[in-house]
Design a protein around this ligand. Structure first.
Ligand SMILES: [Fe+2]
Length: 366
């Protein structure tokens, strides 16, 4: 990638492809104290107020800098590296390659928590692993005073829901969700009925004295790829039919319509939703429904199969961070008479992890 000049025009060259950079694009990126606030890096001028016929009067290119004088008198000196950065996607978490995994996964992405952890390079490594595998486990996280709230807010901002800022996961009388029992929970994604669906779930183990109650995870991305390759009709219908997900309790009715497998604008994997206690398919053609039901059965079979599920026991101080758009989670049943099993949970969104990741990348010059 490089910058070239010709006839008072600036060109951007990448792999033999040469394109002119619009002078206005450069004009609205002018820097220096009169144009940009040093502290916030925000513009001190309104680019919508600049006249449209901006052109370049004078150009000068050196190894590191591009100097431009515009026809409205504005002059600026750009660091070429900063211009080139805008043409690369290296800062985008979308380009962190996902690693597919199944039950053979041995590395549980453990990171030891310590003081100041959120500002350390280790935190950056943990977040990269999170984007690769869809989960990470922090060990030795303090368990007193609802520390999960501090933890979440040190990465970004907690996402409050009608379950509260955080929720206690233990068996209790008259629960409004099966999570608050000692029953096993088959792999599912959380809150598919919300708009938007919480991106990331944190589960912090405060106490775990029971022999059962193992945590389970399944990679929805791996299963989706399997479905796409081996059962393309099923894949197709699950990416097409929008299903109603619903949650009802005494004080709220939450509903949202979405595909069980949602694709992005490039028709690539974006998100899975799976919670067969909460989904209602619309009344579509009988043949289509027939295919839909077979597809849902198949995907459920895959999600619940030993081939894709990992199981592990969370111990006191473990904090599991799960990508709720990619992974399914669950637990095995336990006997509440054996002792206490107490987890705390909360949600954060991708802006938290992305913001932290980019901050640490900038801080450590990575
Ligand atoms: Fe859950």
């Amino acid at each position: 990638m490089k910058i070239e000049l010709k006839n008072n025009k600036v060109f951007f060259e990448n792999q033999g492809l040469k394109k002119e950079i619009h002078p206005f694009w450069l004009r609205e990126r002018v820097n220096g104290d009169i144009y940009i606030d040093k502290g916030t890096q925000q513009r001190l001028f309104d680019p919508t107020k600049i006249k449209e016929n901006i052109s370049i009067n004078k150009l000068n290119l050196s190894d590191d800098y591009l100097e431009v004088t515009f026809n409205d008198g504005a002059y600026t000196k750009y660091l070429i590296q900063n211009i080139l950065k805008e043409f690369s996607n290296t800062n985008d978490t979308k380009y962190i390659q996902k690693i597919k995994w199944d039950s053979s996964l041995k590395n549980l992405n453990n990171f030891k928590f310590k003081e100041n952890f959120f500002e350390e390079k280790q935190m950056y490594d943990a977040l990269i692993n999170f984007y690769k595998y869809g989960f990470v486990i922090f060990k030795n996280v303090p368990t007193k005073n609802n520390f999960i709230v501090n933890f979440a807010n040190s990465i970004g901002s907690i996402r409050r829901t009608n379950f509260g800022e955080f929720f206690d996961v233990k068996s209790k009388p008259n629960p409004n969700d099966l999570a608050y029992t000692s029953l096993s929970l088959a792999p599912h994604t959380d809150n598919p009925y919300r708009n938007p669906v919480p991106c990331i779930q944190m589960l912090h183990c405060i106490e775990n004295e029971v022999s059962g109650g193992l945590s389970t995870l399944v990679d929805g991305y791996t299963v989706t790829e399997k479905l796409k390759n081996d059962f393309s009709d099923f894949y197709k219908i699950l990416t097409e039919v929008k299903v109603r997900f619903q949650f009802i309790d005494q004080s709220v009715v939450l509903e949202d319509w979405a595909e069980m497998i949602q694709l992005d604008e490039d028709r690539k994997f974006k998100q899975v939703r799976f919670s067969p206690r909460l989904d209602f398919v619309p009344l579509i053609d009988k043949e289509k429904l027939e295919l839909y039901y077979s597809a849902r059965k198949k995907v459920s079979e895959l999600y619940n199969s030993d081939k894709y599920r990992i199981e592990f026991k969370l111990i006191s101080g473990d904090l599991l961070m799960i990508d709720n758009h990619r992974l399914l989670h669950g637990r095995t049943s336990y006997d509440a008479n054996e002792g206490r099993r107490f987890l705390q949970g909360c949600y954060i969104d991708y802006d938290s992890t992305e913001g932290k990741l980019k901050h640490l990348k900038r801080k450590f010059n990575l």
